[in-house]
Design a protein around this ligand. Sequence first.
Ligand code: DON
Length: 557
Amino acid sequence: MNQSKYLVLLFLLLISSHAFALEKPGKAAIASAHYLATEAGFEVLEKGGNAFDAAVAVSAALAVVEPSSSGLGGGAFWLLHRNTDNKSIMIDGREEAPGASHKDMYLDANGEVNRDLALHGPLAAGIPGHVAGMVHIAENYGRLPIKDSLAPAIRLARDGFAVDEKYVRLLKPVIKHMRRWPAGNDIFLVDGEIPALGALIKQADVAAVLEQVVATGIQDFYFGETARRLVAGVRAAGGIWSMADLAAYKVVEREPVVFEYQDYKLLTASPPSSGGIAIAEILNILEPYNIASRSPAQRVHLVVEAMRRAYRDRSLYLGDPDFVTVPVAMLTSQNYAAGLRASIRTDKATASASLAGSDDQPGGQHTTHFSVLDKDGNMVSATLTVNTLYGANFVAPGTGFLLNNEMDDFSAKSGVPNAYGLIGFEANAIAPGKRPLSSMSPTIVIGKERTAILGTPGGSRIITMVLLGILDFFDGGGPQSWVSLPRYHHQYLPDRIFAEPEAFSPELQSQLQALGHEVQVLKRQWGNMNAVMWDQRNGRVEAASDPRTPSGKAIVR
Ligand code: DON
């Protein structure tokens, strides 16, 4: 190559690598599902912490004040973007199946799935990654000692927080299960009943566990006294954890799913989440349709047809990438999307059954998402979970926190739906040390003009909620609009569009039905999105918390 060609190439490389380089917003924003967690994050930012320290503070505070949704006994995906060097990484703190687990562990003598064992009590729990993830982020990406980032949560655990409407509403459906295991009752119930609004929930044991994290990092939780209490409590109640399981738990740093759509660069969750691949697949299918220019019915129809195909692939191909070969490159390629597009008709819904098997599933606010932007432009999009309401409803004596029931995110039996009506096959079968397939989709969309940080709880519907938020962002909407949008969802099976009450006008609903779609309008809304947007053109930073849950809080400062 002669010198001038070389210089042109170098110039082009420099331009392209800076095409998505961001300046600094000069302001910070945090949106989370609980005002005390948002404030905990700001406390740490104001102490000189960065977005990653704030993420540790918010994660720890949510674990204390929103035990229905995430906690030290659960797991999470934290998607980090560091503005200084454009590094993006997904911190995988997903739960892991214990060593004594096996493929058929939830099947009864007739080969049917025992849903109670998969959802309630210690056998439902995977080895938690929440604590290891926080320590990893603090040590590798934070600026402050973890003592500072955990201080607000320790204070909230020790001094207590006031019971709110959501705490009560989410406890009602599971109180009978909470009563089955006494260690949690003194903490989360009052005299065996749902506490009154405003009652103080104090968690001295959680404060002590967090103090040990400050003093020992992961040592106490995964190797020491807390580990011993967890294993003793789990085994005494019929579970199968061992000290070796806790000692073997490792946080994994994974490359996020990264792809471009029009002028945007999307960073989103990679396996063992299905979210990023599904979002990439859906957007790749949709890109040539230019849906913004189509009629409302055509737009919903095409989006639903893309959702259907992506959820089918989720059930067939996706699982823990450390155990199964996930064809990420194929599933996220334009060629593959073109093949799927070829089977879509604009005048008729495709029957899911013709592509290759539930009821109204709970759609939720258990599990939690927060979004952080600091004034230097570092970002965190994180979704944290104990799976269904108050996890497995089980506390190992002396630990103070609820364990997850993430084992139900595995496919307990091929083709049989889990709590979210999701089916799976071999790729997501249970195996020792394997991580269950997730739908959690923390996402960052970096544009040349505007950047979005978003995510939500909601089980199988997480992916489609994030997708609808992204599409609205592409159309020019901001966070207030993404979090409040009426939602619709299709997950391949059951073969129907689920819709929130306000999602479709009667006319739009009949047009969709005329195309052959079954539409089920649910009485309840779903999701709890927390989102941030930074407009690089004018330096504006906006944040919003889902109006469906009043306890959420978004602050820009
Ligand atoms: O990882 C997952 O996909 C589920 N455990 C998330 C659960 C959830 O979002 C519950 N909220 N409604």
